[in-house]
Design a protein around this ligand. Structure first.
Ligand SMILES: [Zn+2]
Length: 280
């Protein structure tokens, strides 16, 4: 059986990107092109390097930052030959399609470049998928943002490590309490190292995490799934009178129920389609 590692990348939690050079996460900007892409690629390469110590046949990468635009954040030409990318139109997060392209039983999953959810303290660029308009997204009473959506799409796979902003680990641990958490920046302590410094930290952290794979848990969630999404102040839901799923709307809150996580996350996109901005 092919040993396949799933690697899910975002960018707000990348090494070396802080408030003073935030433009580096703005997809398409000059700083993104000159610095941001290289920094994220460095974090991803550190994971690839660690994977080399083990017999990983393939790393399947999803580059989800600024999904909806075809241009990758990670500089693919710099990656080793065993890295392949998920194929979705304009890198959109079609989680069922993403899950379907991976092995039935991947070796494990790692998240990198990760940021905290909206509302977390001492966090670099915290948000939940897109804030505003999304204030919170809950499934079975757990606040999930990008980490939650990505990992829960891989139920049955071991969650090996989360790499990113120190405040992002809270969500990762709620998904899987034994996940290895590797910090590349910490707003609470003001620790803001460059990628050259975090490269070794990530590499060694991932080596240790994979070594301890027997202690890692399979990602799981109970079913059915109960979702709720709340909006920030300037937004409201404007649903059609009839909609073809089990759910309800108030002005700022949507709830829906699904038999499993995949279907619930797919419905999230339809629920999201009813969000409108208040006119002032
Ligand atoms: Zn992002």
């Amino acid at each position: 059986m092919k040993r396949q590692l799933i690697l899910i990348a975002d960018m707000e939690g990348t090494s070396g990107i802080f408030e003073n050079n935030v433009e580096a996460i703005y997809h398409g900007s000059e700083l993104w092109r000159n610095i941001g892409r290289q920094y994220l690629t460095s974090d991803v390469l550190a994971v690839c390097e660690a994977a080399k110590e083990y017999e990983i046949d393939e790393i399947l990468l999803y580059d989800g930052h600024y999904a909806g635009d075809a241009e990758f954040n990670v500089i693919l030409e710099q990656l080793p030959g065993n890295v392949k990318v998920f194929d979705t139109p304009n890198r959109c997060f079609y989680w069922r399609r993403i899950r379907g392209q991976a092995e039935s039983n991947p070796f494990g999953l790692i998240t990198v470049g990760q940021h905290a959810r909206n509302g977390e303290l001492d966090a670099y660029f915290p948000h939940t998928i897109q804030t505003p308009p999304i204030k919170t997204l809950f499934v079975n009473e757990m606040h999930i943002a990008e980490i939650g959506q990505a990992t829960l799409s891989f139920c049955g796979t071991k969650y090996i490590a989360n790499i990113g902003c120190n405040a992002s680990h809270k969500e990762a641990r709620e998904i899987s309490k034994n996940v290895t958490c590797i910090t590349v920046k910490n707003k609470a302590t003001g620790w803001e190292p460059l990628p050259q410094e975090t490269y070794g930290i990530i590499k060694n952290g991932v080596i240790e995490a994979i070594k301890a794979i027997d202690q890692k848990d399979m990602i799981s969630i109970s079913e059915p799934c109960y979702f709720s999404m709340e909006l920030t102040e300037d937004y409201y839901f404007d649903p059609t009178e009839m909609f073809p799923w089990k759910g309800n709307f108030t002005e700022t809150m949507a709830t829906w129920e699904s038999p499993n996580i995949e279907i619930g996350l797919e419905l999230f996109n339809y629920v999201r389609g009813f969000i409108k901005k208040k006119s002032k």
